[in-house]
Design a protein around this ligand. Sequence first.
Ligand code: HEM
Length: 468
Amino acid sequence: MAEGARHLPLEPATPPAPAKSELPPGPTEWPLLQVLRYSRHPYRTMLDATREFGNSYTARPPGQPPIVVFSDPDAIKDIFNADGEAVLGGEGMSYMLGPILGWNSLLVLDGERHRRERRLLLPPFHGERMHVYGRLIREITDRAIDRWPVGRRFTIHAEMQSITLDVILHAVFGLDEGPRMSRLRAAMLASLRLFGGPAAAFLAIPTLQIDLGRLTPWGRFVRYRRDIDRVLLDEIARRRSDGTAGRNDVLSMLIEARDENGEAMTDAELVDEMFTVLGAGHETTAGSLSWTFSHVLPRPDVLERIHVEHERVVGDGPVEPEHLPKLEYLDAVIKETGRLTPVATQVMRRVKTPMRIGTYDLPAGVNVSAGIYATHHREDLWPDPERFDPDRFLGTRPSPYTFFPFGGGERRCLGAAFAAFEMKVVLAHVLARATLRLTPGYRARPVLRALTVAPSKGVPVLMDRAPA
Ligand code: HEM
C-alpha cells in the first residue's frame, strides 16, 4: 500500500448518542421462517432488515439467543476490539459450526485453548513460508486449465474447488498423490456437493440436523465426515509410528507440538483442526474466486486493465511471488469482490459480560454480529454500493471497520494472507492463459452453500480457443 494512503472516514460527525439498554428492534416473523428466508436470500435478507430497522437490528434464530446485527463502523470497532474473554467468538459460532467442524475446531474454541492452537496453526500460513506454495499453486492451476474443454460449457466453481482443495491438501498435509490422497479428495468433494445442493440449509440449521441414515442430508454428511476422519486418523497413526522427520507440513508440525505441560494434541483434536483447515481453507477461497470471475468476465474494461498490468509486471514468464505486490489492480479486483459479494455475510461473538457496543448497553448472553455484507453495502461508506468498481481500492487503505471480508480482531481469519496469495496466483495465471466468457444470459445470483455464499449455477463459462 502506498505511503500516505487515504483512510475512509470513520469518526462520527456528532457526539456519541446516550446508550440504550433495550435490544434494537428486528424482524418479528416466526424464527424458523427468518432462518429459511436467510437461507434462500442471504444477501437480500440482511439488506432488507438494515433498510427497515437501521444499522443495528435483532435477529431471533430458533432455539438460540438473539443476535444483534451491527453495520455501524463504531459498533464493529467495539466488537473487534472487545476483550477476548468478554466476547467469545467460539461460543458465538459453536451452535452452528460445532456439529459440522467438530468441538475441538479452532473456530469453536475460546480462551487459552484457542490462543494455543492459533499460535500453532498460524506460522505456515504467513510470510515467507507461503512463498514455497507459489509454484505448487501454479502447477495445480495449470493441470486444471489443461483439462478445460474448448467450445463446451463448464463451471468455474467446480474448477476452483478442485484447485483450492488440491492446494490445501498438498500444502497442509504434505500428502503425496496416491490412494490416501484420492480417498480424502473424493470424500471432501462428496460432502461439498452436499453443501452446494438443495439440502444445504438443512446442514447449517442445528434444529434440522437430523440423522436418519442416508435418507437425510445430515445423515449423509455425518457419514462423509466419518470417511474423512478415518483417512485422517490413518495418516496420523502412520506419522506417529514412522516419525515426521524431514516433513514440514502442518499435520506433522501439530503432531510434534507440545503445550506448556508437555502434552501433545490428541487424535480427536488433530482431526478436528485438520478438517477445519480443509473446510475453512478451500470452500471460502473457491467461492471468492468464482465470484471474481463472475464480476470480471462480463467487463472488458476490467479485463483489459488486468492484462495490461500483467504484461507490465510479469511479462511472458510465470507469475512469481515477487510479482504479487506489484499486481495492484488485480489486488483491487479481489478486494472489490470481497466487498461486493463476501462469502461470509457476518461474524458472530457471544457477549459474556454486560458491555456497550455502539450505542447499546447489551446484557450477557446475547450474540453480537459484525454484519459484513450490510456494512459493505452502506451507501454512505461505499457510494453506488452495487457497482463492481475496483478503483475504490486503488491508493487507499480501507478501515478494518468498514471493510472486513475476513472478519477482525483476535479471531480474524487465520488464512487471510494465504487466501490472498493463492487467489492472486490463480487469477493471474488463469486470466493470462485462458480466454473465458460467461455463457450467454448468465447472471450470478447469491446462493447459500450451508456456511458460505457462492454465485448460482457454479458460474458457467465457455473457452473459445485452446489455452496459451
Ligand atoms: C477468501 C478466502 C477466505 C475467506 C473470505 C475467509 C473468511 C473467514 C472469516 C470471515 C472468518 C471469521 C473471522 C472472525 O470471526 O472474525 C474466518 C476464520 C478462519 N479462517 Fe478463513 N477465510 C478464507 C480463507 C481461509 C484459508 C485459506 C484458511 C486456512 C488455510 C482459513 C482458515 C480460517 C480459520 C482456521 C479461521 C478461524 C480463526 C479463529 O477463530 O481464530 N480461511 N475466515
